[in-house]
Design a binder for this molecule. Sequence first.
Ligand SMILES: [Zn+2]
Ligand SMILES: [Zn+2]
Length: 155
Amino acid sequence: MPKNFSLGPVHVPAPPIERFCQFLERNGKRLTRQRRLIVEQVFSHHDHFDADELLDHLRPLLAARKLSRPTVYRTLSELVEAGLIRKLPLGTRSIFEHEYGYPSHDHLYCQRCNRLIEFHSADLDRICAAVAKEHRFEVSGHRMFVMGICAECRK
Ligand SMILES: [Zn+2]
Ligand SMILES: [Zn+2]
């Protein structure tokens, strides 16, 4: 029987920028032009990225002095705190991925080219739930990384 490991549709009750505004307001901050530019870039497409990759995407804005690097780092921390993105340690680097409204999923991670393939498995959810129950552990989510070499790199 073929299995479907796709993630399914993403349901988001409010746009990320709105959620971020609420978070900033609660903390006595406001959505500056710089913060808005960063949030727009981060949520323009779903991907896993590290700080360097994000800085790379923002290079034209940095070059035009519309953004500063410290602001990018600060805003990333704020987005994590606001629950919009999640920071994951992966080898020697840290990657970020969308958290808000995004379904629970796991990854195949290519150690040669850093490619991440996302998948979802109901079987794995069941195993996690069973193990958690045995330890009377309350699960808030899981992010598994299966290490190895992808098909492209194995050629
Ligand atoms: Zn690879
Ligand atoms: Zn992911």
